[in-house]
Design a protein around this ligand. Structure first.
Ligand code: NAD
Ligand code: UDX
Length: 437
């Protein structure tokens, strides 16, 4: 039976870095090498003062414990492939910008390059694990490429092992995952490879949380999980529009709905819109898949989740313009937060980007500064775009004193205590609340 002793991870990004660092921590008997073509990124992972390239609570601690022991970061992709018995492919799979499926389909170019590299370099058998989020049946293409290019005597077993971590809580999620999902072919060899990877996770994940399924189910489950999480947010955001029009309060509605044990309380927080590198990309990918399979109604159903999110963002911008007497031309606006959620440095697809673009197209002024207090000085309006805790702790009295009047605050994250701010003198609008400013 295969026993994994050396792991290579291709891609030292938000997923490959934290995931394989945690494997190294929990499996001291396994040597883990994370490789990337981006030298600056690898250098940052290797920096003597642990200035790792991504901000993630708890990550530096993990890297400190393992780097140089059984965790290595390198640009030497070929060497790491040669030595490994198991290879994670954890490269980016962004939405295609041009060509067939532009704007919807996943760009699989990076996955294919990494796969071709494995085939070109490997001189012994490998388990190749698809960690990136990919369309259903990508593992089949990987297998075809590997088999067509392999040397005699080397065999490749392909597994799908999608990652469910969320940014900002990546380390906690990896330490205690709800589940680890492994998909394999249901052949003897496929099941054997699956067991080898399951054994790696079994070093810290309880057996009953390691789910083994078929390859295609595994690939589809990842798209399905993200689509259903995003759907909850779009549903609650759709209801937030009704709240604003009727005087209902979205917090109270979420609370009441979430109390139903069949629905549950998580992921029902109204917001200015979901962001991040995954939700939109993965839903569009699912839409494209559905269309390719001649299932237009299924495609339209999921597409609406993204459309509702776009609507939520533009609806919020419009509220700002309407409230500021129907014009923000020449006005100075402070946008608090740029990351797509708190506790991450990641700004990919952040709702703040859409808002700022809208404000600039109305010819308002938005500038970049490093402190919230400075940002708010002499502004006509403050927009809370990310739910950073620090924004709760600003000295709002001072902010008020320094603002142009009337001083408006728009809370897109249900963060602040609106009544407290109103007592100071602010005009406050909170997403999903019908009350007047
Ligand atoms: P990322 O862009 O942060 O990292 C990908 C890395 O792969 C980059 O550093 C890039 O230089 C490197 N790379 C690309 N092609 C390469 C090659 N041929 N050889 C070596 N290195 C190569 O991306 P990410 O956020 O880590 O996402 C990776 C995958 O994981 C995506 O498919 C994404 O959908 C999925 N995913 C992401 C998250 C998340 O929260 N970010 C969560 C779950 C799943
Ligand atoms: C998501 C999935 O949660 C994770 O399982 C998957 O592996 C990657 O995609 P991530 O994008 O990192 O993770 O963060 P997440 O916490 O899911 O938040 C995504 C967006 O939804 C953020 O902009 C967040 O602010 C927003 N959100 C989340 C809401 O607006 N309301 C909520 O109730 C929850």
């Amino acid at each position: 039976p295969v026993q994994v002793k050396k792991i290579c991870c291709i891609g030292a990004g938000y997923v490959g870095g934290p995931t394989c660092a945690v494997i190294a921590l929990k499996c001291p008997h396994i040597q883990v090498t994370i490789v990337d073509l981006n030298k600056a990124r690898v250098d940052a992972w290797n920096s003597p003062d642990f200035a790792v390239p991504i901000y993630e609570p708890g990550l530096v601690d993990v890297v400190k414990q393992c780097r140089g022991r059984n965790l290595f970061f390198s640009t030497d992709v070929d060497k790491a492939i040669l030595e490994a018995d198991l290879i994670f492919v954890s490269v980016n799979t962004p939405t295609k910008k041009s060509g067939v499926g532009a704007g919807f389909a996943a760009d699989l170019n990076y996955v294919e390059s990494a796969t071709r590299r494995i085939a070109a370099v490997a001189t012994s058998s490998k388990i190749v694990v698809e960690k990136s989020t990919v369309p259903c049946r990508t593992a089949e293409s990987m297998r075809t490429i590997l088999e067509a290019n392999s040397r005699p005597g080397t065999r490749f077993d392909i597994l799908s092992n999608p990652e469910f971590l969320a940014e900002g809580t990546a380390i906690a999620d990896l330490f205690k995952p709800d589940r680890v999902l492994i998909g394999s072919l249901q052949t003897t060899e496929g099941k054997e490879a699956c067991r080898a990877l399951a054994d790696v996770y079994a070093n810290w994940v309880p057996q009953e949380r390691i789910l083994t399924v078929g390859l295609w189910s595994s690939e589809l489950s990842k798209l399905a999980a993200n689509a259903m999480l995003a759907q909850r947010i779009s549903s609650i955001n759709a209801l937030s529009a009704i709240c604003e029009a009727t005087g209902a309060n979205i917090d109270e509605v979420s609370h009441a709905v979430g109390f139903d044990s069949r629905i549950g309380p998580k992921f029902l927080r109204a917001s200015v819109g979901f962001g991040g590198s995954c939700f939109q990309k993965d839903i569009l990918n699912l839409v494209y898949l559905s269309e390719s399979l001649h299932l237009p109604q299924v495609a339209a159903y999921w597409r609406q989740v993204v459309e509702m999110n776009e609507y939520q963002k533009s609806r919020f911008s419009k509220t700002v313009v309407d409230t500021l007497f129907n014009t923000i031309t020449g006005k100075h606006i402070a946008v608090l937060g740029f990351a797509f959620k708190a506790d991450t440095g990641d700004t990919r697809e952040s709702a703040a980007i859409s808002l700022i673009r809208d404000f600039l197209s109305e010819r308002a002024f938005v500038t970049i500064v490093h402190s919230a207090l400075e940002a708010c000085t002499q502004k006509e309006a403050i927009i809370i775009a990310t739910e950073w805790k620090e924004f709760l702790e600003i000295d709002w009295q001072t902010v008020y004193a320094n603002m142009s009047k009337p001083a408006f605050v728009f809370d897109g994250r249900l963060l602040i205590d609106a009544d407290k701010l109103r007592k100071i003198g602010f005009k406050v609008k909170v997403i999903g609340r019908g009350e007047r400013v």
